[in-house]
Design a protein around this ligand. Sequence first.
Ligand SMILES: [Zn+2]
Length: 453
Amino acid sequence: MSRLTYITMLLAAPLAALHAADLSGVTVRLDGYEGPATVVAQLVEPFKMRITVNPANETKPLVIRVELPGSGPRVWPAADVEVRDSQGKALMVRRAGIEWSKLLIPVPAVAGDCFVRAVQPSGGKPSLPSEKERVLVDGATGLRLGIAKWHDGRKAALSIRFDDSHPSHLTKAMPILREYGFRGTFMINPGVSEPGSRRRSNFESHQAEWQAAARQGDHELANHSAHHRGAVGDENMEAEIGAAAQAIWKLTPGKSQLMALNLGGGTWWETTRTLRYYLDKYHQFDASQNSTGMDDSHGNRVASFRRLLEQHLERGLWYRVHYHSIGDGAGSSEANFRAALDVAKEHSSKLWVAGMADIHKYQSERNASKLKLQQSDSKRLTFEFICQTDAALFDQPLTLEVTHPQSLDASRLKVKNAQGDIIPLRAAQLEGASTLRFDVAPRNAVYSIEMTP
Ligand SMILES: [Zn+2]
């Protein structure tokens, strides 16, 4: 069994690098420790690892550091990972807010085992349609239908995120984005100032402006935890995530409750639960990873933005960037902020600039959708659109594209829903061929396409 790796850690070598051993990409060692105690790790099944502590004559508590591969072919589903002792009791694990794949597990200096494992999400993984099922080719009408990869058939998506509810988001970022017609994602910390704390919340000091921005509704609000200070213990962590989610729901009544969550850089979180528990309970998705920091201190931001945006356009992917404050002496100067937006504007015919939840919804809905032919003759095609996502949370319209071997004329085609309402069509060019596009709600429905000669 090649999967069964058995490696002894903590050789008496002085180099930290030698303390790490490879377990299908996982590293396990004692954190900040030099002494007689050792840990031994063994992968007992995919995504389940046994760690054995041998304290030797150590008496002080130990901390086991586990680093799971966060990307690549051996990636672990970090949001689903928990740690239990040999009696099955969930152990407290400490993690940094934006590095959920790195675990610190405090343990007493006694001989024993603990298990690090990924828990299957409740209800298991839904079986999703294949990419082939998202295309329908009909011989009778000659029509070809497909679900566009991104909204309106754009080549790639771009989200522009702003962290920490900084006042310049209200005075600079939002109005400037409006000039460009772009939608931003604002990660706020809506917790009220805590007793005994002298730090007054940025959000609280500008609450009326945030309420006005939420009412205007052209930007998206997202969860950056209530206070941006991490949490110790399950209840405290739940309060930090839950209170921020509830505050945002209150600011956006009647809207889908699904939102992006980013626990924040420089924060520590201690919990016995999986991150998935909190994500599912509060309709959040993890938006902390794979983002380009746009603060000027990183250097060459506009050039990097252009290069990375073009790469994502080429590959048809979602490009994420994030800012902190905007303005003179702020994280990003207004000039650099505008210069990056100018680059996005140059590509705007191919680029969908949208909120993180909008893009996440589109992606999830599309993955859970398929097209099914009901009937067709030379003049008419009826098909079923099937979408498995929860309509209360996932409300981003999907774009369908219709092509025909001969050139398609919008005036020759009519799309109707089951009630007979006409769905508006948009004409476009797709890889040289003329295409018609229309948007559908992400829920099961029947549509028909009528062709006139
Ligand atoms: Zn932050």
